[in-house]
Ligand binder design. Sequence first.
Ligand code: ATP
Ligand code: MG
Length: 390
Amino acid sequence: NTKEWQAAYAVIAQLEQAGFEAVIVGGAVRDVLLERRVHDVDVATSALPHEVKAVFQQTVDIGIQHGTVLVVVPEGTVEVTTYRTDGDYTDHRRPADVQFVRSLRADLQRRDFTMNAIAMRRDGSFVDYYGGQQDIQACLIRAVGEAEIRFQEDALRMLRAVRFSAQLGFTIDPKTLQAIQQRADDIVWIAKERMKAELDKLWVGQYVYNGLLNLQNSGLATQLTGSFEAEAWQNFQTTDAQVGWAYFALLQGDSWQDILRDYRLSNKEMAFVKAVLAAFQVYQVGWTNMDYFTYSLVELAAAAYFATLQQGVVAISYKQICEKQAQLPIQHKQELVVNGVDVMTWLGRKRGPWLKQVLQTIMEAVVNGEVANERQAIQAWLVQYDFQYD
Ligand code: ATP
Ligand code: MG
């Protein structure tokens, strides 16, 4: 992601030239120190939003009330946020207002964890008032300042701590963990969408089991909807959050739909989970051609993976699923060479509810190799087939 860095450096250089201070902050600095892949390179500056806008040709107001301006430079786009402190927190969610300040120190102080409160200057030097580098070395997640107050201000930070423990494999510092235990019930103030966003990241964490253990140890698990038994997650690993939700659903039993809906999963995500659970159910009896046809590769692979996790022996491999699907006479509904009009003509019957059933039966026969996907073959097969019409 050198492009992102080049863009950020270009932005910082221009802000400095205009007499302001500007640094890289947040996740990018943390991930550089961890030698992890960096995704967003955020810039913080002493310049006020209108001053940022005056320095650059092209900007977009994306969160001007919080001091964030998107700056467009030839190298790319960069989020530039004015140094700020947060006003009073009254609802455990968001500050009532923010104050723009000229002090980097004050800006870093409002940040959640020491590892996220390090700034990096253009010359590569670090500004680290809260021992973030030391904590990264020690693999510790530690709140900036008085942990209990920080969690009382914004309850989402508790879930962020757990999520980072799943991503990085870090330990939550004992005092910070204790503070979460004290404030865990405040998590109910947080919007379900924001909880989901954190869980999306937790499921794909390289250390998801560590995250689940911390979710339990911190007392957060009992405050959240659903069951978060850590043991089942011991060997779980995915890069796809949807697969995480499907596995979570599998562990919830019959009430999985209500639980997942509580986290506001999209219809598409719900459909994916439903398909994976259905495929998992029939895996025990063995997948038929129709199962390979009905479910996508990702859905089948997820179901097979869950079977592997539950049985402790490797189920069908990804490659085997792939081959099975490739060997099917047809892979998609659209490949069927006959349509409803053909069927009505051949049978001399008017359109009705029967038609959909007949087309489905033809589809199954083709998928199962009982009849070739050829018009003549299907017509011959159809006229001799003993349907119970109506
Ligand atoms: P990710 O890799 O998930 O993007 P990140 O650390 O960049 O991790 P963001 O949510 O992108 O996380 O936030 C950017 C920075 O803003 C954080 O590093 C942290 O300094 C600060 N921050 C974000 N959310 C909070 C919060 N709820 N309270 C305090 N500081 C926060
Ligand atoms: Mg980020």
